[in-house]
Design a protein around this ligand. Structure first.
Ligand code: DGY
Length: 289
C-alpha cells in the first residue's frame, strides 16, 4: 500500500494500530494525516530512517521497532557477503551456470583468503558485535569505530578507533553496521574509499545512504577494491544497475533479516508492541520517549 491507501484504510476501518515496514516512507506529511484513533505505529524493522521521529513525537504517536530478533540473521548475511567478496562467489556461480568446461590453472580465478585477515566495522551495535563474533571464528582481527566505545566485555578484544578514517588503512575488509540518516550520509565516499588498502573488500548490509555509490563503483572498477558484497542501495528497489555489470560484486536485494525464523520473530515483536500499547502499557521498543 502507498501512503494514501494506508491513511484511507486506517480511516475506513477505524484502525487502532498500524504495522508498517521500512518500504513505507513515514515523513511528517504522512504522520500528520494518521487518524487520532490510531494509538501506535509499529515498524517491522530495526532501522528507523524511513520515519520522521520528531514528527511522530510532536503528533504524540507512539512508535516502535523490532531490535534484537534480527541481529544474528543480519550478521549471517553480512558475513555471507564478505566471504563471497573475498572468494569471488558471484564469478564462480556465473562460470558454472554458463556450463564450466575448461580446467583453471593453479594461478587462475584466485580469490583472497578471509582467514587471519583484519576486519573493520563501522558501527558496533548489536549487529556489528554479532559480525565481530563470527569474524573471530575465522581467525580475523577485528577493529571497530562507533560513536561511543563499547564496554570491554562487549569488545572481546576488538580495537576501537574514535575516528573511522584512522581505522580504514588497516582494514582488509570493511563492513558497515551504522544506522542510516543525515549523520552517516555518504560517509564512504571517494576520499574514504581511497583510505582503504588496495585489494580490500567492502560489505554493506546496513543502509545504502551510507555510501556514495559513484565512488564505490569507481573503486571497484579500478581494482582499488578487490570486491564487494552489497545488500542495500541508495535507491531501492530501483538500484543502480551499474553494480550488476561489475564481476567483482556479490549482490542481494535487501535480505538481511529474510529468514522464516527471523521474519516471524519480527512480526511477533511488532504485534507484542501493539498489544502492550493497546492494553495501556508502555511500548516495549519505543523509538522515541
Ligand atoms: C531493518 O530491519 O531495518 C531491515 O533493514 C529492513 O528494513
Amino acid at each position: 500500500m502507498d501512503a494514501d491507501t494506508v491513511i484511507e484504510m486506517l480511516t475506513d476501518h477505524r484502525a487502532d494500530a498500524l504495522m508498517l515496514t521500512s518500504h513505507l516512507k513515514f515523513p511528517k506529511t504522512v504522520i500528520e494525516r494518521i487518524p487520532e484513533h490510531v494509538k501506535i505505529a509499529a515498524t517491522c524493522s530495526v532501522g528507523t530512517d524511513h520515519i520522521d521521529i520528531p514528527a511522530a513525537k510532536a503528533r504524540g504517536l507512539p512508535m516502535t521497532n523490532t531490535p534484537d530478533v534480527l541481529t544474528e540473521c543480519t550478521a549471517d548475511l553480512a558475513f555471507m557477503l564478505m566471504l563471497n567478496a573475498f572468494r569471488r562467489g558471484y564469478e564462480y556461480d556465473r562460470i558454472m551456470r554458463a556450463g564450466w568446461r575448461i580446467h583453471y590453472g593453479l594461478g587462475e580465478m584466485m580469490g583472497r583468503r578471509a582467514w587471519g585477515k583484519t576486519l573493520g566495522l563501522i558501527g558496533f551495535g548489536r549487529i556489528g558485535q554479532a559480525m565481530a563474533r563470527r569474524a573471530r571464528g575465522f581467525g580475523m582481527r577485528v577493529l571497530y569505530s562507533s560513536r561511543n566505545r563499547a564496554a570491554e566485555e562487549a569488545e572481546l578484544g576488538a580495537m576501537y578507533f574514535a575516528d573511522f578514517r584512522e581505522m580504514l588503512p588497516h582494514c582488509d575488509a570493511l563492513s558497515l553496521h551504522a544506522p542510516g540518516g543525515l549523520a552517516t550520509s555518504k560517509i564512504m565516499n571517494a576520499e574514504t574509499f581511497a583510505l582503504l588498502p588496495k585489494g580490500a573488500v567492502f560489505v554493506n548490509a546496513a543502509r545504502g545512504s551510507l555510501v556514495d555509490e559513484d565512488a564505490l563503483i569507481a573503486a571497484l572498477a579500478s581494482g582499488h577494491l578487490a570486491g564487494a558484497g552489497l545488500d542495500v542501495f541508495h535507491n531501492e528497489p530501483e538500484y543502480d544497475t551499474r553494480f550488476a555489470d561489475l564481476p567483482n560484486v556479490f549482490l542481494a536485494p535487501h535480505m538481511g533479516s529474510a529468514t522464516v525464523e527471523t521474519r516471524n520473530a519480527m512480526g511477533f515483536r511488532a504485534l507484542d508492541n501493539i498489544q502492550a500499547v493497546l492494553a495501556g502499557k508502555p511500548p516495549i521498543d519505543p523509538i522515541w520517549r
